[in-house]
Design a protein around this ligand. Structure first.
Ligand code: SAH
Length: 290
């Protein structure tokens, strides 16, 4: 009898760690078709950001036998909510962008997702039927997954795109059962999230807190103006997301930013109490995240 190399419990956990996130789906039938595609490939963790209509008859009709995936689906009102506790986010899009995001093909994306799924939750994000993911939404992701379709007719139906990604995840999973855990761990340790790294990867919520803090400090030192952003934040976001920071690195960077804030306050002769009053008076500054 074939014996899985990974214990069954860990395997289940791994598959549950992978979350399919659909952003503002307009046709509920597509949500049902996505649930079916997921369940065929052994996945069941579906999150819906502001669906136009859900739950409804059309979604259940198209889900065939995957109604349990729909029953368990989480409906949330923002993408941030769907991603906050994840350690890896991959967004799918047929289109390249003005500030290009790191692009990966589905098989490599599946391998990376599987790797991070052993350390935390992983989100695979899919856009609207009409106009996909916005730039801002794609910039919430560590990677842009592109299905290498016909360049002259590149946009897949939503559920078909989910099927392709879930198939790759399944293929990776089946291969890992065959290979077992015999692969050397140290050989591929290059960043947080890789097996053997000493500190767990930071969650998206923590990284977003850092980006908010960074933007606020860059404004305070007058390097950045919200009125004239010059793509600064997307470019910094891309830089830091490429590093895929761990929890300790985020804490260090937050500490650096706090020191800069204190130095600016000391330079301007503003004490902590006065600083709070000054900040409250300045509408442009958002200090909530500090
Ligand atoms: N017309 C939209 C595409 C919508 S297709 C646009 O121009 O962006 C619905 C979703 O399916 C997309 O948001 C994306 O998540 C996924 N998708 C479709 N084609 C894809 C492709 N070639 N590569 C990666 N994802 C794709």
């Amino acid at each position: 009898m074939h014996k899985p190399a990974l214990p069954v419990e860990e395997t289940d956990t791994y598959q549950d760690q992978i979350r399919i996130v659909l952003v503002e789906t307009s046709h509920s039938g597509n949500i049902g078709a996505v649930a079916r595609a997921m369940k065929n490939m052994g996945l069941g963790n579906l999150w819906l950001v502001n669906p136009a209509s859900f739950p409804d008859e059309a979604s259940y009709a198209r889900s065939a036998g995957a109604s349990d995936v729909l029953d368990r689906a989480q409906v949330v009102s923002s993408l941030d909510e769907a991603l906050a506790d994840c350690v890896l986010v991959m967004g799918t899009s047929a289109r390249g962008r003005k500030v290009p995001w790191p692009v990966t093909a589905p098989p490599e994306a599946a391998a990376r997702a599987a790797q991070y799924a052993h350390q935390g939750r992983v989100a695979m994000v899919f856009g609207r039927e009409s106009n996909g993911l916005s730039n801002d939404e794609l910039q919430r992701c560590h990677y842009h997954i592109h299905v290498p379709s016909n360049p002259e007719y590149s946009s897949l139906n939503l559920a078909m795109a989910v099927q392709v990604i879930c198939y790759e995840l399944r293929m990776h999973y089946l291969r890992s059962l065959e290979e077992g855990e015999s692969r050397p761990h140290l050989g591929s340790m290059v960043r947080p999230g890789d097996p053997g790294w000493d500190v767990p990867p930071a969650s998206v919520g923590d990284v977003e807190g850092f980006f908010g803090h960074l933007e606020s400090v860059l404004e305070a030192v007058e390097f950045h103006r919200r009125s004239n952003p010059r793509q600064l934040m997307p470019r910094l976001r891309r830089l830091f997301q490429r590093a895929h920071m761990d929890q300790m690195e985020i804490n260090i960077l937050r500490g650096v930013l706090t020191s800069v804030e204190k130095a600016v306050e000391a330079r301007d002769g503003v004490g902590p109490d006065k600083a709070t009053a000054a900040d409250a008076a300045d509408e442009g500054q958002d200090k909530d995240h500090v």
